[in-house]
Write a protein that binds this ligand. Structure first.
Ligand SMILES: Cc1cc2nc3c(=O)[nH]c(=O)nc-3n(C[C@H](O)[C@H](O)[C@H](O)COP(=O)(O)OP(=O)(O)OC[C@H]3O[C@@H](n4cnc5c(N)ncnc54)[C@H](O)[C@@H]3O)c2cc1C
Length: 392
């Protein structure tokens, strides 16, 4: 098939790679003039790694990434351990692929390299799609810089939370501000005193109406910090910088490791943006257009699964397109299979925000015991294999 993918984020590139591998002719239209990702980390669990493995990315990810030993959930001030989810060898043995933390730029570069190795001219830059016109035999994509329209038999909207393709399929529903914003910064690990550094784990520091996540990247040389605070509305932009003193104020009184990161961060490199959700929809497609990733199931990042879901989508969509059904039926099977799982991730990620932000220390301890995150995620989230799950 001639397939047009709108958006060359992690989801769009993963879809391009798996569809090219299966012999489709693919064009990825990306609005940015240059490919890129923001300077932050991302976590990839076994469920997504199985797709990245099939694209041939295990080796570059292993080279650029870090394999954490565990998720550790700790109280924001005392550092008391509230819950532990083993990763490392345990994750790989249980779920058949490793858990990695990797710089977004490194993952995005690896995906773009894989796509270009399969089809050198597959990614078209500076191409902002502004409208789709669907007929019974094809879809026309129009661009806002006046370039010639493009045709495809299938359009995949991987164009993120402000998706134009979604608007065509589902109407003009808007992203919903969650009342939470995220600080993002990275710090060279050498700036943190050795006695303050955590082990090679992903630590979630849980505090009243606020939590922070710290983990290592690039062989441990870089430390990634994300701080999620309940606040009033602000701009949804990955590139908006905010004054360091506001970051400092949000984390005053926190654990010495968190404080060390904040004290070590470059004062002009503190980014903060609004966290938005999407209303979950069971409908993902028309007869010749469908959605993938944040365009259809944007979520709070509190289970570290947004991009993993986009990558799972890519594999299941590629498989659905091989079912002995007309295209509309294939797309219906794709959505029927993916909608419940991604809706659960959106719902549970929101619930994690409530858990991580409990004010009272004893109530927080009890809530972590009741939730048993390690058991739950090991049961339903990580074992999912997008290449094996039954679709008909
Ligand atoms: C703080 C934070 C931490 C996170 N951590 C994790 C994590 O650890 N693990 C994880 O799995 N997920 C994580 N996520 C979620 C993850 O970042 C997103 O789910 C993922 O990046 C979504 O990918 P996407 O390809 O669907 O969309 P995007 O990354 O938004 O890509 C969309 C692309 O489409 C392009 N585009 C948009 N409109 C148009 C148009 N009209 N025409 C052409 N191109 C267009 C954009 O320029 C962009 O390149 C985190 C998110 C946040 C906010």
């Amino acid at each position: 098939m001639d397939i047009a993918i709108v958006g060359a984020g992690l989801g769009g590139l993963a879809a391009a790679a798996v569809l090219l591998q299966r012999g489709h002719r693919v064009r990825v239209y990306e609005q940015a003039a240059q490919l890129g990702e923001v300077g932050a980390g991302i976590q990839m669990s076994a469920n997504a790694m199985k797709v990245l493995d099939a694209i041939g990315l295990r080796e570059p990810i292993a080279r650029a990434g870090v394999r954490p030993k565990a998720f550790e959930f700790r109280r924001f001030d005392s550092g008391e351990l509230l819950h532990r989810l083993p990763l490392g060898e345990a994750h790989e043995q249980r779920h058949g692929a490793p858990y990695f933390q990797i710089h977004r730029v490194d993952l995005h570069d690896a995906l773009a390299g894989a796509v270009r190795a399969l089809a050198a001219d597959a990614i078209v830059l500076g191409a902002r799609v502004c409208a789709l016109e669907e007929r019974s035999d094809a879809v026309t994509l129009r661009f806002d810089d006046g370039r010639a329209a493009a045709q495809a038999e299938l359009v995949i909207g991987a164009d993120g939370i402000k998706s134009v393709v979604r608007r065509t399929i589902l109407g003009d529903d808007r992203p919903v501000f969650t009342g939470q914003v995220a600080w993002r910064c990275t710090v060279p690990t050498e700036r943190i005193a050795p006695e303050l550094r955590t082990d090679i784990v992903s630590t979630i520091w849980c505090g009243p109406r606020n939590h922070a996540v710290t983990y290592y990247l690039r062989s441990g040389d870089l430390l990634n910090f994300v701080g999620c605070v309940e606040r009033g509305w602000e701009e949804e932009s990955w590139t908006a910088r905010r004054p360091w003193k506001e970051l400092d104020a949000d984390y005053r009184g926190w654990h010495p490791m968190v404080r060390a990161v904040i004290d070590a961060v470059d004062r002009d490199a503190c980014f903060r943006w609004a966290l938005n959700n999407r209303t979950v929809s069971a409908r993902w497609s028309t007869a010749r257009a469908t959605l993938l990733g944040d365009a259809v199931h944007a979520t709070l990042p509190y289970m570290a699964q947004g991009a993993a879901m986009a990558i799972e989508d890519a594999a299941v969509l590629a498989r659905a397109l091989e079912l002995p059904l007309p295209l509309a039926g294939q797309l219906a099977q794709y959505a029927a299979h993916r909608a419940p799982r991604t809706a659960r991730v959106v719902r549970e990620s929101t619930e994690m925000g409530e858990l991580y932000h409990i004010q009272d220390a004893q109530a927080m301890r009890e809530a972590f015991v009741a939730r048993d995150i390690a058991r739950s995620r090991n049961e339903w989230l990580y074992p999912y294999d997008p290449w094996q799950v039954g679709i008909h």
